[in-house]
Design a protein around this ligand. Structure first.
Ligand SMILES: [Zn+2]
Length: 291
């Protein structure tokens, strides 16, 4: 990368540099300088475990404020009141509701938006209790109007109680969390011993559209691969029953053994960063990007 481009990517004063959230190293290579909507934000890849993350980035307080006030207004691509969105959630509800094996299950959706998925699940399982976490004030209010018990805020600020859940859903949420290890450790604590976690995230090995103009988003603090997700699951004591690698990564998890960092070979078990960088360079060339 040349000097002038480096200058362009110099962080603003109010941004914070962070170490790799999985392996704790501070050795990375810059992949790109911009995200969707021409937002200047660097995605880097950890040279040790291959995790892709935004560095430097906003503080936790700024991120929390961003979700309360700006995020849903910035990302208007999905119309949450459209028939298509309802149809997609009816289909998803049909799949996920099958994980509710017992009567009177407790379901939590982290990032429940306006509560449409939970509303559809309620039709399938009327005896279950439905809870949500949603930072957007308007959407959390809409979800409450749909009969969902909603905490307005981000997962990190959700007060843990004795309440445990049979099913915790995170649809495209993990990549937004400030610290994925803290987030999944909390999810594990919120889960009943025989409960399930269902989640979906974008896959760095299956990007869509131009990397800088579309795929990388300011709000996605992390972009995982199956390998880096496996490390995350080991660190947080979650094991995958189902792993679906398609255009996105979809998992069903249960509680398992928590591995100590010293028992994980981050380099071998993670994403080979040189292979990933080569793949992304070739991918980026398709869109004639300057890099
Ligand atoms: Zn790392």
């Amino acid at each position: 990368m040349n000097e002038s481009k480096n200058k362009l990517l110099e962080p603003k004063q109010d941004l914070q540099f962070v170490k790799c959230a999985l392996c704790g190293r501070d050795d990375y290579e810059v992949l790109s300088g911009y995200c969707r909507y021409d937002v200047k934000a660097r995605n880097v890849v950890c040279k040790h475990c291959g995790l892709v993350y935004i560095n430097p980035r906003k503080s936790k307080g700024q991120i929390s404020q961003y979700y309360q006030q700006q995020y849903r207004r910035q990302y208007k691509i999905i119309d949450l009141e459209s028939k298509d969105y309802r149809r997609a959630n009816i289909a998803l509800s049909g799949s996920i509701s099958r994980l509710l094996l017992k009567p009177n299950c407790a379901v939590m959706e982290i990032g429940c938006a306006n509560g449409i998925l939970l509303e559809e699940m309620k039709k399938a399982k009327p005896d279950a209790e439905f809870y949500g976490i949603e930072p957007d004030l308007k959407l959390s209010s809409q979800a409450r109007d749909r009969g969902i018990n909603v905490f307005c805020g981000i997962l990190e600020d959700y007060p843990e109680t004795e309440k445990k859940f049979d099913l915790i859903i995170l649809m495209h949420v993990l990549e937004h969390c400030v610290d994925p290890v803290i987030a999944f450790s909390k999810v594990r604590r919120m889960l009943k011993d025989d409960g399930f976690v269902f989640f979906e995230v974008p896959d760095i090995l299956h990007p869509y559209g131009d990397l800088e103009k579309n795929f990388f988003q300011e709000a996605h603090l992390f972009t995982f691969s199956a390998n880096t997700l496996h490390i995350l699951c080991k660190l947080t004591g979650l094991v995958w029953l189902v792993e679906h690698i398609g255009s996105t990564l979809v998992y069903i998890l249960r509680k398992g053994k928590i591995f100590k960092p010293q028992d994980i070979d981050f380099n071998k078990e993670g994403e080979n960063y040189v292979r990933l960088r080569t793949f992304l360079r070739k991918y980026k060339a398709k869109f004639n990007c300057k890099w």
